[in-house]
Design a protein around this ligand. Structure first.
Ligand SMILES: *Cc1c(COP(=O)(O)O)cnc(C)c1O
Ligand SMILES: [Zn+2]
Length: 472
């Protein structure tokens, strides 16, 4: 395998952990030099049969994202592969009532059911497997992994580092007060060194880039192309779940640093090139109006004159995607171009949604049995917006990336239910959806009554509240 620079095209070997091109500063993609040989090795149907058979394997190394080993990082030895149960996350079709209300069949892929409760585990499993291989090869006695994070990258990095242990140590840099309490508890629980600075994610990113350029640290942000590689597994799983038939499928992905959306496009392109699928799905990126540089770029109609500019982010409930200057933007452009070249003009687009739409969609989704985080809500809002704009038709089916577990973002649900959003978010809750616990017996009554009388009083209070009818 080799690193290929998207800026100047220069290639380098993978003996070293590289993030950006030393010649031009561009970002890398990893390329398997033997990829064309894979096409000669097996036909499309033979690859499908292999991956389908592997779904039943008991070999730990091939149970997670490395079910698709040959498509991912076929340079890694089995002993180096780190498996914490990531990947193969469920795809849950929308509850019928919700599906009918939205007007198009769709499903959530629950990437919040990964070990650290977000899709970031896919990339970390690959990056840490590679790191383990490097440590073994070079006999390093200490490797300091660092990342900037909107919360989930650090949770995943800290989890995998603590599992691998030995020389591998984890340091995470967070924007102070800009990650949820649940997300903060994760790297703390894994024993990482947690450092904070005032500001937003983009500020943290500049600091770790400076560190990676000048000091001996292993950067685990999505500039690290090993992470992008691991995240391609999402595309492989979607294709496999739908019997390798991607016709009329639209895959919705929230865009923050743009690592995930590019990984997913890269994954589908690989499947197409090997004849494992015979058409691409459409990929539709979603951004909040409070952090929308990629949408702004693609909303300029003429591809020849589009210009990219970072934006200053406003507070967003889709906090994990609240990024004004995505490091993977050059990757988006490269992959969107390939996607459109192979799949036509409609194969890739980006829609913009409001904070209000994101919250309404998340609450609605979860009231119908889903477990979407705010970014998953962003995808549902994106689908509703795309329907309104006529970008998707009722004959299509959508797969929405619920990128993290709803529990990580419980605070935003709480603000919705208690109507306590700070004004910057611009979210007014639908009061009919508010939900709150009701205390039916006072602590004073509990203190006053005997245990038996207290149970009876509590039961009677429940009966009165629910208006229960007595059994005949
Ligand atoms: C990181 C993250 C995103 C954004 O993904 P990018 O690869 O940065 O575009 C979206 N949702 C969740 C839950 C995340 O953790
Ligand atoms: Zn370069």
């Amino acid at each position: 395998m080799e690193y290929v620079c998207l800026g100047c095209g220069e290639r380098r070997g993978i003996d070293e952990l590289l993030y950006t091109c030393p010649s031009c500063g561009g970002v890398y993609l990893l390329e398997d030099l033997d990829f064309d040989k894979l096409a000669a090795l097996r036909t499309g149907p033979e690859w499908r049969a292999l991956f389908d058979a592997r779904a039943a394997t008991r070999t730990t190394a091939l149970r997670g994202i490395f079910r698709f080993y040959e498509l991912m990082a076929p340079v890694l030895e089995e002993e180096d592969i780190v498996y914490l149960g990531e990947g193969n996350t469920p795809i849950v079709e929308a509850a019928p009532v919700l599906r009918d209300a939205v007007g198009i069949p769709f499903a959530f892929k629950n990437d919040g059911q990964n070990p650290s409760a977000s899709f970031k585990d896919r990339g970390m499993a690959c990056a840490f497997s590679y790191l383990k291989a490097l440590v073994r090869k070079h006999g390093w006695d200490e490797v300091l992994t660092v990342c900037a994070s909107t919360g989930d990258t650090s949770a995943a990095a800290a989890l995998y580092a603590s599992y691998v242990g030995g020389p591998v140590k984890s340091v995470v840099l967070l924007p102070h007060g800009k990650v949820t309490p649940q997300q903060l508890s994760q790297p703390l629980g894994s024993g990482a060194t947690v450092l904070e600075i005032p500001g937003v994610f983009d500020d943290c990113m500049k600091v770790v880039e400076h560190l990676a350029e000048n000091y001996r640290v292993a950067l685990l942000n999505s500039k690290n192309s090993w992470r992008i590689l691991g995240q391609e597994s999402y595309a492989f799983e979607v294709a496999q779940w739908y019997g390798w038939d991607m016709k009329d499928q639209c895959v919705f992905v929230p865009i923050g640093n743009a690592g995930n959306v590019t990984a997913i496009m890269a994954g589908f392109l690989k499947l197409l090139r090997l004849g494992i699928i015979d058409s691409l799905p459409r990929v539709i990126g979603v951004q909040s109006h409070h952090a929308d540089p990629v949408w702004r770029y693609y909303s300029q109609p003429d591809p020849a004159t589009r210009t990219y500019a970072p934006v200053t982010v406003q507070p967003s409930v889709a906090q994990a995607a609240m990024i004004g200057n995505p490091v993977s933007f050059p990757r988006v452009k490269a992959l969107a171009d390939s996607f459109i070249a192979e799949g036509g003009e409609r194969a890739f687009c980006v829609v913009q949604v409001t904070e209000q739409e994101i919250m309404d969609a998340m609450i609605r989704g979860n009231r119908h049995g889903h477990i979407a985080c705010t970014q998953g809500g962003e995808c549902l809002a994106g689908l509703i917006k795309a329907r309104k704009l006529g970008l998707v038709s009722p004959g299509e089916h959508a797969v929405l990336d619920a990128t993290a577990h709803s529990l990580k973002f419980a605070g935003f649900q709480d603000m919705y239910f208690t109507n306590s959003f700070p004004p910057e978010y611009g979210v007014t809750p639908d009061a009919s959806l508010a939900n709150a616990p009701a205390l039916v017996v006072s602590p004073e009554d509990k203190a006053r009554l005997s245990p038996e009388a207290y149970t009876l009083a509590a039961a009677e209070a429940v009966v009165a509240r629910l208006g229960l009818a007595k059994k005949a």
